[in-house]
Design a protein around this ligand. Structure first.
Ligand code: MFK
Ligand code: FAD
Length: 508
């Protein structure tokens, strides 16, 4: 009888074994700040492979359920989630996963610290980062537009470290008529008094429906299109924790993100408060979108890193043809190529987080604000596609085991597919790049910025400048219609040139 059993891949402290993260933070952060957050990251890197990982697995194995009626036939629309999912919420509060970004103890560097933790947290969290993304986005909207005590109170809840006070938020934009084309929103708002309204309509995808609040869009009058939409805040439950005039139809049966409840629901004269003035709801909710799109990027990045960490560990344990996989040049090269793709995304995403921190503390230049606006959809769309590709490739690096459910590996592939769909599909974000380029005149500015970096770097390969020249030639001569058809390729090219330039700068 064959008594051979393969050693499974193992995860070590995710902070200490991530040299790129450590070196990057040491490079970017003031010395005393790095020293001050080091122990927290060390401790958190350990938690994400111990208690948090176990909670994430428990949450995945205990899917949320929708209880429409109680035993006596009364409509209750309760959404039951696992103990583990609730515990992940408490941990998110105490670890400051949203709070760090708003306490701003480290001024413009606070976002780098917060997102480093999110990057570590995500692949163990069963997508608890989804409610955190929407919570952070809602906090940013309320920080900008929350002009009264009620909205300021909600902001305090969203950014609290106290599990008893901590709220999460939903982001209800998608309706049956359109998720990309939000201008087709059919939900209406009838004014009661002042800024208080009742909403009537159906929302087709609402994730994290156990959240305490949501931001949503509705139409107050007959003005069509997206400019006629206003932004509203709904407090979902009353004092007895019952949904306030909200009917849940069902939970979606999804390819992945199994622990995350995503519901279809209707609003029936649901009380809501207008956020900001009447109209221009899309412009206002864009502040949320730009945050959630950066969350999408950092979570896709954490996802890629976890796949690679497992595949690299396994390559040092599995033998074939007389030696470890890692010692086979072709297997090693495959890993190196994936690691390079990941490293490029790492630099692009962390660069944008640095800019976000500067922008929110009013220390960014006008040029940096425009770069942040233009590169955010690019980072989201590019990292989403890379997360899918790297999940697929790393599964293959485990051979047959990568296809077998109880190894936990197939989940990476199922989950990865969502990054390119929610928070704006690849094509919609490619068109958003054109929107930003038009509005901010940011293409020449980006070219100048890249050229400035390449001039100061002696080690820059000439291929980056050559790609730039080709792109400049194309953009300056293309008709508008051509630019739209090529928007995806344009976004990919900008992503690749930016990543290569940032990597050259880092290697200096
Ligand atoms: C785990 C991590 C991730 C967690 C995920 C959480 C769960 C998933 C939740 C969701 O999926 S929520 C739903 C997400 N939905 C989308 O992302 C919608 C995708 N569609 C778009 O983004 C469309 O491009 C858009 C709805 C914005 C098109 O709307 P419009 O109104 O037809 O566009 P228009 O007229 O160009 O823009 C209106 C205004 O908004 C303009 O400003 P002005 O009024 O000043 O001219 C635009 O410049 C502005 N705007 C649009 N996008 C912007 C923006 N401003 C800043 N940043 C942006 N990204
Ligand atoms: P459509 O808009 O119908 O798009 C279909 C296809 O057409 C896409 O490939 C798109 O790229 C393409 N397309 C559309 N317009 C154009 C164009 N002009 N040019 C080129 N191509 C175009 N939404 C929320 O509001 N809140 C949530 O909490 C939420 N949670 C979600 C959770 C999950 C797991 C998923 C999968 C989705 C969730 N969504 C949520 C919905 C998500 O944001 C939408 O599905 C997404 O924005 C796309 O909208 P749609 O499904 O209506 O597709």
């Amino acid at each position: 009888m064959d008594n051979f059993f393969q050693q499974p891949p193992q995860l070590k402290n995710q902070f200490t074994c991530d040299m790129l993260l450590q070196n990057y933070l040491q490079w970017k952060l003031p010395k005393e700040m790095y020293a001050s957050i080091h122990d927290d990251l060390l401790q958190f890197g350990n938690r994400v492979v111990n208690d948090i990982l176990h909670l994430g697995e428990e949450a995945e194995n205990t899917e949320p359920t929708h209880i429409a009626y109680d035993s006596w036939g009364k409509r209750i629309d309760e959404i039951r989630v696992s103990h583990a999912w609730k515990e992940l919420k408490n941990i998110s509060a105490t670890e400051g996963l949203v709070a760090i970004g708003y306490e701003r103890d480290y001024q413009n560097y606070s976002r780098l610290y917060q997102f480093a933790k999110l990057y570590l947290f995500h692949p163990s969290s069963a997508f608890f980062t989804c409610p955190l993304a929407m919570t952070d986005g809602a906090a940013r909207v309320l920080e900008i537009y929350g002009e009264d005590d009620f909205l300021r109170g909600a902001f305090a809840n969203l950014t609290s470290r106290d599990p008893q006070k901590f709220w999460t938020s939903g982001q209800w934009m998608t309706e049956r008529r359109g998720g990309s084309d939000v201008s087709q929103t059919a939900t209406t708002a009838i004014r009661k008094e002042g800024k208080l309204y009742n909403l009537e309509g159906t929302k087709w995808f609402t994730s994290a429906t156990t959240s305490e609040m949501a931001l949503t869009l509705a139409r107050v009058d007959e003005v069509t299109g997206s400019k006629g939409l206003s932004l509203f805040m709904i407090e979902l439950r009353d004092g007895e924790q019952k949904l306030q005039n909200i009917e849940v139809h069902r939970l979606k049966d999804k390819l992945g993100t199994k622990a995350l409840p995503t519901a279809e629901l209707s609003l029936h004269q649901t009380p809501a408060q207008m956020v900001g003035d009447l109209g221009h709801g899309v412009r206002k909710i864009a502040s949320m979108l730009n945050i959630t799109r950066l969350y999408n990027s950092i979570t896709a990045l954490g996802h890629m890193r976890r796949c690679l960490a497992l595949a690299i560990d396994y390559a040092g344990k599995r033998k074939a043809f007389g030696k470890y996989l890692i010692d086979h040049p072709l297997h090693y090269r495959t890993l190196c190529e994936l690691q390079t793709e990941f490293t490029g995304c790492f630099h692009l995403i962390f660069f944008l987080i640095e800019l976000l921190g500067k922008s929110e503390t009013n220390t960014a230049t006008a040029e940096e604000d425009k770069l942040l606006r233009t590169l955010t959809p690019i980072a989201k769309l590019y990292s989403a596609k890379k997360a899918i590709a790297i999940s697929s490739e790393t599964l293959e690096l485990f051979g047959g085991a990568g296809y077998i459910e109880d190894t936990g590996l197939p989940r990476f592939l199922r989950d990865a597919q969502v990054y390119s769909i929610w928070e704006g599909t690849t094509n919609i974000l490619s068109l958003d790049v054109l929107r930003a380029v038009d509005k901010e005149q940011s293409f020449p500015l980006w070219c100048k910025w890249i050229q400035g970096k390449l001039t100061t770097a002696e080690n820059a390969p000439s291929s980056i400048s050559e790609s730039m020249q080709k792109l400049i030639k194309f953009v300056s001569s293309a008709e508008r219609e051509t630019l739209e058809v090529e928007a995806r390729q344009l976004a990919y090219s900008i992503a690749r040139i930016t990543m290569a330039t940032l990597m050259v700068e880092y290697a200096k």
